[in-house]
Design a protein around this ligand. Structure first.
Ligand SMILES: [Zn+2]
Length: 341
């Protein structure tokens, strides 16, 4: 058989190879010690010098070609074997799996939103420690010694602490810290965590978030308080929301008020509304004019200075905003819940 025909024969067999063992037997058939090419070379002896050179060179280039093809095919088989072991082969042309970007926790988002809102009104942010003295948390805020809030059942005290320090039960002690350091007039908000010895249920948690507001100056009046909170409520819950002030008692303000907003779901009394329970109003926060005894505790002259204060629960705002009935959802950190916001 001449060399071009042999090349055709090899190519046809080569195309049919599906396994490494077939490749190895083809290799032996053509390149082996007793293979086809070897016998062709042995046959050259019978030819003339000129023919010997011509056919010898043809055989040689066929040999090189066969070696290259077999070597490439062997590499292909080996790669396939590795990929089988590793699982499916990677295809870099496929679109990437989308990365899920993190986002703020709904409590953090609401907290930031409230801070931004009051910053626009000229309030600055003050912060205080979460472990507080009895004086800052209660005494200076006109909360008497026999007030139930000071009971062990309501407050976490630091164990065996000679100073009887406690985990702050509200953000109001930041008012005291600030007033001891600064002279009026000023407008400040104090966001942060607070702690109560509560049984945990759908509306109570032993740790939650508050934002405290305090404005002190000359001739600050209850109408300033109303105007500020009405505007804040509209920014937080929509321009059509109305605010209602009901007289209430907090030791550190006089007069004090509970502030409600008109129901964001039924927008008016609707007997079957699950949010306002048919009243048309939702309790939102506590506020009032700073009690003269609080000013006296920080050595401000109550005849010279007046002011208002308010405190709102961040979880409460988030629950109303998003229609959530169980605040425990905020702390369980299920991504199914959190990724909705
Ligand atoms: Zn309602």
């Amino acid at each position: 058989m001449d060399v071009p025909d042999l090349k055709k024969k090899f190519d046809s067999s080569f195309k049919k190879i599906t396994h490494l063992s077939e490749l190895e037997s083809l290799e032996k058939e053509y390149l082996g010690g007793k293979g086809i090419l070897k016998s062709l070379i042995l046959n050259l002896k019978t030819l003339s010098l000129e023919e010997k050179q011509k056919k010898g060179s043809e055989i040689n280039s066929l040999k090189v070609e066969i070696e290259e093809k077999l070597s490439q095919k062997r590499t292909d088989f080996e790669t396939l074997e590795i990929e089988k072991k590793l699982g499916s082969p990677e295809d870099s042309s496929l679109p990437a799996v989308p990365l899920s970007l993190g986002r703020f926790h709904p409590i953090t988002s609401i907290l930031e939103e409230v801070i931004d809102l009051f910053r626009e009104l000229g309030f600055h942010v003050a912060r205080g420690p979460e472990i507080e003295s009895d004086e800052n948390n209660f005494g200076a805020l006109n909360i008497p010694k026999d007030h139930p809030a000071r009971d062990m059942h309501d407050t976490f005290y630091i164990k065996d602490d000679p100073e009887k320090k406690l985990l702050r039960t509200h953000t109001s002690p930041v008012q005291i810290r600030l007033m001891r350091e600064e002279k009026p007039p000023f407008r400040m908000i104090a966001p942060g965590k607070v702690f109560r010895h509560e049984a945990i249920d759908s509306t109570h948690s032993s740790v939650f978030h508050q934002i405290e507001g305090l404005v002190v100056g000359e001739n600050i009046s209850f109408s300033d308080l109303k105007g500020t909170l009405e505007m804040a409520n509209q920014k937080l819950f929509g321009a059509s929301v109305r605010s209602r002030f009901r007289p209430s008692y907090f030791p550190f303000v006089e007069p004090g008020a509970e502030v409600d907003i008109s129901c964001t779901l039924c927008k008016g009394p609707a007997p079957a509304c699950p949010v306002c329970k048919g009243s048309g109003w939702i309790e939102l926060l506590g506020a009032g004019m700073v009690h003269p005894n609080v000013f006296k505790a920080v050595h401000y002259d109550p005849k010279l200075w007046t002011g208002f204060a308010f405190g709102m629960g961040i979880e409460r705002i988030a629950m109303i905003r998003y229609g959530i009935e169980d605040m425990r959802l905020f702390y369980e950190n299920h991504l199914d819940f959190l990724s909705q916001f």
